[in-house]
Design a protein around this ligand. Structure first.
Ligand code: BGC
Ligand code: NOJ
Length: 810
């Protein structure tokens, strides 16, 4: 069952009913001001950091679902309705929500009146613009009463949710004309305020929530709205809101447009006030003046549309599968940008208060983002590396606003350091810019303790060597990629965190997964050393990599697949000898990506085991069989009921590792098949079961042993975005940035006769046509560039700003 459809031309997903199986959301933002917006106009806005600078209030896990948003009420005689259906929830004659790239529109019709709201965050201002278009489709004059509504958050979202004894006394506002200002705590240490404006004179306003709603009313039928009026309230404490009250008369056929601006302003301390405790409104007025007509708003929206067209233009494909095309060309890239900005901080499953930017997460997010905005990727790499410890270890998370490591969680997730190598290697392969390695970067944000980025990579590499266990495999620390495999934790106290508790000293558990990572990224590190003309260091790295290969051969192979780990006691994890969870996905994907077993049949054998034990209709589960009870020696993984999350859920993030592995053994049919099992576009008609948006990957889809297999959760902020894009663009389509040029090595389904890829790379455009004449789907036979045959399968770096035609035969 579907609840909408893709409009590929406009790059939109069109939702045709407000009652989707779960709120289906979109992200609006310019890198500083962000809004999360659902298909019924739920959600919230924040500036840079969803925890420290929350602008509007949202109520997570509330009833009804998706509580609070930025809303409009329209009163047309006795009928009260909302263009986005909520909050009035009056049945509409027509409803349509279009989530586009960087904007969302809501179209509602009721009693021959049409209202369309277009929301976006312009590039040039810290604001969300809402363009409300009202049209009278009837033969009679309409006298509409319009109320807008936003509820302010008192900035720190954690405090706002918890510290009521203070909060209820701090709220402050100012009102001037059609602009309602929120200035809580501005009188003391804050140098920022927010405002909500409309470009027309208003009949009234409210800023006091209880008065606007009526103390015992909900948001569906506020008192002011029901009475067709406004109380002109000025909030003092409690819960400040901003609501405009406007009357609009429309003659038959007439159309009117209103522009609302929700803005955020920061001021230097010396310019904060304009008179006694009166906020300096000059910067707000400047923003307002840019959008004081519908035409100006539309012109700014067009810039957003143009920007996205350009951003996505770096990689475009045409294959026989339109669903695959729309994922690669539009939605997967879009999700990569969103995960770049938000890491795991703010979604409908991440409260914006919890995790901030993950060290491993943000590095991996860059893998799918590098080609889109390499300059931002570079800055992110520096920010992440600046939180690294001197010994190469890393804070597991950092806060986006302060960019400081989060000491509540600390470090010791022993895969973390290696992801920095992955990101830097991808950056250099994309841009060719090795100067980044010379950048001087602090340890633990200490400006007095800096080293080159190259030195940071060396410390990452050495962190593994310096932390080897009894089998000469990497010590796992608190956890590796799988945050829930806590082999040194031993917690029997529900009040402890699995992630940061270690109840036994010694921590000797080892990870075969990190070993695979070390081999893959250790080789890339060695390549980087060569680029740096440091063959001595490259040799040293290769020697350690070879030793690790030997350790995996000796202690990491279980006979039909790779082992997952050794636990604290030196017992095997993920072995046929285990009672439960005999096989795990992560080392299978990563060891093969590292090249292990490609030459001796172990890779294909492993992938057969994956297919046999882990693959199901909804994707590839993480482990099998699921843990059916709690194992103190394994930790959080066994805390989840079977089939969910890390306990045998389909954890989308690691599926692309297997997809990539399948392409390495030349099985394009299976690579594509696995892709389509988790791809939102390919599973659109299962929307009722999946519940999540059919245009973005979800972190987790309940696995075959779950109560409800196929039900997805945690959409949007997942490493699945970057990794599926890498798998699809670089391994299935096979157009992959290398250190010395663009490699072409497709592995496509046998039936695909011809595909094309347009790729911008190091200041040139490559128009690549790939003919699968042999029907094998893999193995480049011949490559012609601008009419001339080239040897090998690496496209030269032209850097000439021109377009080059490439023909590839396989
Ligand atoms: C989740 C993991 C997540 C971790 C973060 C766990 O409960 O299952 O996916 O990485 O929390 O702390
Ligand atoms: C989600 C976390 O964000 C990520 O860092 C981790 O690798 C996976 N969960 C698996 O536990």
């Amino acid at each position: 069952m579907k609840f909408g459809y893709f409009d590929d031309k406009k790059r939109e997903y069109v939702i045709s009913t407000p009652q989707t199986p779960y709120p289906w959301i979109n992200y609006l933002g310019n890198g500083a001001f962000f809004s999360i917006i659902s298909n019924t106009s739920g959600g919230y806005s924040f500036y840079r950091d969803a925890r420290l600078r929350r602008i509007t209030r949202y109520r997570y896990n509330n009833i009804p679902l998706d509580s609070n948003g930025k809303y409009f009420y329209i009163r047309d005689e006795q009928t009260l309705w909302s263009p986005s259906w909520k909050p009035a929830k009056t049945e509409l004659d027509k409803y349509e929500c279009r989530h586009g790239l960087g904007y969302s529109t809501f179209l509602g019709e009721k009693n021959l009146c049409r209202a369309q709201v277009t929301c976006f965050v312009p590039d040039e201002a810290n604001a969300e613009i809402q363009l409300l278009t009202l049209e009278n489709l009837s033969q009679k004059t309409k006298k509409l009463k319009i109320h807008s509504f936003v509820e302010w958050c008192l900035w720190n979202a954690l405090e706002d949710n918890t510290n009521f004894q203070r909060n209820f006394s701090t709220g402050q506002v100012e009102i001037e004309g059609s602009t309602l200002y929120h200035k809580t705590e501005f009188r003391e240490r804050r140098n920022h305020y927010a405002f909500y404006h409309v470009n027309t004179p208003i009949k009234g306003y409210d800023t006091d929530r209880e008065k606007f709603l009526g103390l015992y009313n909900g948001i569906e039928a506020p008192d002011a709205v029901m009475n067709g009026t406004a109380y002109n309230t000025e909030a003092h404490g409690w819960s400040p809101i901003a609501s405009h009250f406007i009357e609009v008369d429309l003659k038959p056929g007439e159309k009117k447009q209103l522009v609302f601006v929700l803005g955020y302003v920061e001021l230097p301390d010396k310019d904060k006030f304009f008179g006694n405790q009166i906020i300096n409104k000059t910067p707000a007025k400047e923003i307002i003046s840019r959008y004081d007509t519908a035409d100006k708003a539309l012109a700014s929206l067009q810039l957003v549309v143009n920007k996205w067209e350009k951003l996505l233009g770096g990689y475009q494909t045409s294959t026989p599968d339109e669903k695959f095309n729309r994922m690669v060309n539009i939605w997967n890239q879009y999700q990569c940008v969103v995960t770049y900005y938000f890491s795991r901080s703010a979604s409908y499953f991440e409260s914006g208060i919890g995790r901030g930017m993950g060290f491993r997460d943000s590095n991996q997010d860059l893998l799918g983002f590098m080609h889109i905005m390499p300059q931002l990727a570079k800055q992110r790499i520096i920010d992440i590396a600046s939180t690294q410890f001197e010994d190469g270890g890393a804070y597991h998370q950092y806060q986006p606003l302060t960019k400081r490591g989060n000491s509540d969680v600390g470090g010791n997730f022993n895969d973390d350091p290696l992801w920095l190598i992955a990101a830097v290697s991808a950056y250099i392969r994309e841009t060719g810019d090795t100067d980044i390695l010379a950048e001087s970067v602090p340890f633990d944000n200490n400006e007095n303790n800096k080293a080159s980025l190259f030195e940071h990579l060396k410390r990452s590499f050495d962190h593994v060597i310096n932390n080897l266990g009894p089998h000469k495999l990497p010590l796992i620390g608190r956890a590796d990629w799988n945050d829930c495999l806590n082999l040194n934790c031993f917690s029997n106290n529900p009040d402890e965190s699995f992630q940061i508790t270690e109840n036994k000293s010694g921590g000797a558990a080892e990870s075969v997964f990190i070993a695979g990572m070390f081999i893959k990224y250790g080789r890339e590190y060695a390549e980087v050393c060569n680029l740096m003309k440091n063959p001595g260091e490259a040799k040293r790295a290769v020697r350690y990599v070879e030793e690790m290969v030997a350790s995996v051969d000796q202690h990491g192979w279980d006979g039909e697949w790779f082992l997952r780990a050794y636990d604290y006691f030196g017992e095997k994890v993920g072995s046929h000898t285990c009672e439960e969870s005999k096989i795990f996905i992560e080392p299978q994907g990563f060891c093969i990506m590292a090249g292990i077993g490609l030459d001796d049949g172990r890779a294909t054998k492993t992938l057969e085991s994956v297919n046999k034990y882990l693959a199901c209709d909804h994707g590839i589960v993480l482990n099998y069989p699921a843990f059916t009870k709690y194992y103190i020696q394994y930790g959080e993984i066994s805390s989840y009921p079977q089939g969910y999350k890390e306990n045998a859920g389909v954890f989308s993030h690691n599926n692309p590792w297997v997809i990539i592995a399948e392409t390495l053994v030349g099985n394009g049919d299976r690579a594509y098949d696995y892709f389509s099992r988790i791809s939102p576009a390919h599973t659109e008609d299962k929307s009722e079961l999946r519940k999540m948006e059919p245009y973005v990957f979800a972190q987790m889809i309940a696995g075959k042993e779950a109560y409800k297999p196929g039900e997805a959760k945690n959409s949007w902020l997942t490493g699945a975005a970057a990794w599926t894009f890498v798998a699809a663009s670089q391994y299935i389509l096979g157009v992959r940035p290398g250190f010395y040029g663009l490699e072409v090595d497709p592995c496509i389904p046998k039936q695909w006769k011809e595909i094309s890829v347009t790729r911008k790379y190091r200041n040139a455009v490559y128009e690549i046509k790939i003919m699968n004449g042999s029907g094998k789907g893999k193995g480049v036979k011949e490559m012609i560039v601008d009419g001339a045959k080239v040897t090998g399968n690496v496209l030269p770096v032209f850097s000439d700003g021109k377009t080059h035609k490439v023909e590839v035969a396989i």
